[in-house]
Design a protein around this ligand. Structure first.
Ligand SMILES: [Zn+2]
Length: 139
């Protein structure tokens, strides 16, 4: 186990950052840049300085934001449990967002609710395209 009792960050080794440091850690900068790009594709404003408390207003953006938080949390757990600090947070984020969109699409398609699906995801602007009965997701 890679548990640390001295309060240092499991990702970068910084000491005394507290719980909020996990989100502001320099190791997650690439992830937040990726989240900004995804938000940019969807026509939303920047979120860089709102990482912790300034959640975007729309449910779609909150979903993307929370997916990024889950990626950070997964990387944190890996560091704590195994001492491995090489988690690719961008890869984890993209995988989780892909799964979220794809599963939502499959459920909406099976329940004949693709209109609501498209409304929630903003018609897939920059994220996906529905062709016939398939979905092409590009993150
Ligand atoms: Zn750190």
């Amino acid at each position: 186990m890679g548990l640390k009792s001295n309060g240092s960050c499991g990702q970068c080794g910084a000491i005394g950052g507290g719980a909020q440091h996990i989100l502001r850690c320099k190791n997650s900068d690439r992830l937040w840049s990726c989240v900004e790009r995804v938000f940019g594709k969807m026509g939303a404003g920047a979120v860089a300085h709102d990482k912790i408390f300034g959640l975007p207003a729309h449910a779609r953006l909150k979903t993307i934001f929370c997916t990024a938080l889950l990626a950070v949390y997964q990387g944190f757990l890996r560091a704590v449990n195994s001492g491995q600090t090489d988690s690719d947070l961008v890869k984890i984020f993209k995988q989780k967002l892909f799964e979220r969109i794809y599963i939502s699409f499959l459920v909406a398609k099976s329940e004949n609710r693709l209109t609501q699906f498209n409304k929630f995801w903003g018609d897939g602007v920059g994220l996906y395209k529905i062709v016939d009965t398939r979905i092409e997701i590009r993150l």
